[in-house]
Write a protein that binds this ligand. Structure first.
Ligand code: ATP
Length: 209
């Protein structure tokens, strides 16, 4: 079973890494592919280049079996739709092989505004990583989506290749890339929010000043 965690990763921080490792272990995934976006769809464009964000990601996961950097969105021109990414990964897998899209609860809150959300569920399961500042979604259309596709057992994910929604508790780390960039911009240290190897790269590239 393969997991996919897409993001801006501008920069990658422990709030991405620890939940990715939690999902890898708790859902017994074979790997989590971490995929930096190229052109953002619903948010401001990244500050660091794709090459810099990919290099920081690789440095952050070096030596951790199961966490894999995947550059397919950076290699694809135009807006980075998750649907297109899942389609290209799905093409490499057997139809019955489960594929799990990992997203933070904050990202799930806006899921119905994504490009082709229903089709995404046909390509992958949705693993919603519970994040500290979780917004209420039960009264929205997401409640109906969850009532239809929700499950609460990782074993249910293995019965079909796609189409279930699972809420997965992960280590709650109130860290955001915005906070990291703001600390650096104001001359403060981002240490202990992200790997030292990533901080070294940020310093040598003079990023986020
Ligand atoms: P920014 O502050 O620039 O908006 P971010 O820190 O939210 O960035 P992204 O790269 O946009 O990071 O996030 C990629 C994915 O990781 C999203 O699904 C997001 O919900 C999730 N995520 C980010 N930070 C955390 C965290 N601290 N805990 C759990 N999930 C997180």
């Amino acid at each position: 079973m393969i997991g996919v965690l897409g993001g801006t990763f501008d920069p990658i921080h422990f709030g991405h890494l620890r939940p990715a490792l939690d999902c890898l272990e708790m859902l017994a995934l074979d790997q989590v592919r971490m995929i930096p976006l190229n052109v953002a769809v619903h948010r401001a464009q990244p500050v660091a280049t794709g090459a810099q964000r990919l290099a920081m990601l690789k440095a952050a996961i070096a030596g951790q079996p199961g966490l894999v950097a995947d550059a397919r969105e950076l290699e694809r021109p135009g807006q980075s739709y998750t649907y297109d990414t899942l389609l290209s990964i799905r093409a490499e897998l057997a139809p019955e092989q489960p594929l799990c899209l990992l997203i933070g609860a904050d990202a799930f809150a806006g899921f119905l505004r994504w490009h082709r959300p229903v089709e995404i569920l046909k390509l992958a399961h949705l693993i919603v990583m519970q994040r500290p500042s979780q917004s209420s979604w039960l009264n929205s259309g997401l409640g109906a989506l969850y009532a239809r596709y929700g499950c609460n057992n990782a074993n249910d994910l293995r019965e079909q290749g796609a189409g279930r929604i699972l809420f997965q508790d992960v280590t709650r780390l109130e860290i955001s890339a915005t906070q990291v960039r703001e600390l650096i911009r104001s001359g403060r240290s981002p240490r202990y929010l992200l790997p030292d190897a990533v901080i070294s790269m940020i310093e040598s590239e003079q990023l986020y000043r």
